[in-house]
Design a protein around this ligand. Structure first.
Ligand SMILES: Cc1cc2nc3c(=O)[nH]c(=O)nc-3n(C[C@H](O)[C@H](O)[C@H](O)COP(=O)(O)O)c2cc1C
Length: 192
């Protein structure tokens, strides 16, 4: 399936260590001809860390996509009534956002975008990136794996010896995972 002309939402949450890989894929997405709208969670747009400054990340997102990132709940809300996206990717998705999404909490621009988008029965794709995926958040990941219209970029353990509960998605599989989800299918194998 071609992504040319598809409206793809890419929602950044506060898993900053993945941003380098995420931005590389964001670029590929635009090269495929997708029209990309980024959305930043409150953490993603404010936390300054050893992985970079939020100002630089927001600027990079705008340069790659040619569009200003969505930064507020009120800016994200029209995604629902105006049916603005064909697919929304939580890329990367923290344990915090997974837990809130699984429990119906909508208190960041990213969660508002997810709620608004899902009301239209369109695909939501999750790129897990959290140290508690096999711990406190396993139940929430399980709930989302079993939810209608929600798909996952294949994920697996990234450092079983030092971080036994950590799991991370294979960001290289973003585009095939989007293509599958747009056809209503989970890209397989989901565990890698
Ligand atoms: C430097 C840094 C790196 C972080 N990396 C992760 C991560 O990889 N995965 C994760 O779930 N949380 C991570 N966090 C914690 C989240 O940023 C934090 O839970 C935040 O509340 C997430 O909010 P959000 O889900 O709305 O973006 C990190 C925090 C910092 C400061």
């Amino acid at each position: 399936m071609s992504l040319k002309g598809k409206y793809v939402g890419v929602a950044f949450t506060g898993s900053f260590c993945t941003y380098e890989k995420v931005f590389a894929q964001l670029k590929k997405l635009t090269e495929e001809g997708a029209i990309v709208q980024t959305i930043f969670s409150n953490s993603a747009q404010t936390i300054d860390s050893r992985f970079g400054s939020p100002k630089a990340f927001l600027q990079q997102a705008e340069e790659i996509t040619g569009r200003k990132p969505i930064l507020t709940i009120s800016e994200a809300e029209p995604i629902g009534p105006q049916s603005l996206l064909d697919i929304l990717v939580l890329f990367p998705c923290t344990g915090n956002t997974i837990a809130k999404l699984a429990n119906g909490i909508t208190d960041t621009p990213v969660l508002m975008a997810a709620k608004a988008h899902l009301r239209n029965n369109k695909p939501l794709l999750i790129s897990v990136s959290t140290n508690d995926a096999l711990g406190m958040n396993m139940k929430n990941i399980g709930m989302l794996l079993n939810a209608k219209h929600i798909y996952f970029i294949p994920f697996g353990q990234d450092n079983p010896q030092k971080k036994p509960n950590s799991m991370i998605a294979d960001t290289e599989l973003l585009i095939p995972s989007i293509e599958s989800a747009l056809s209503g299918r989970q890209y397989q194998p989901v565990l890698c």
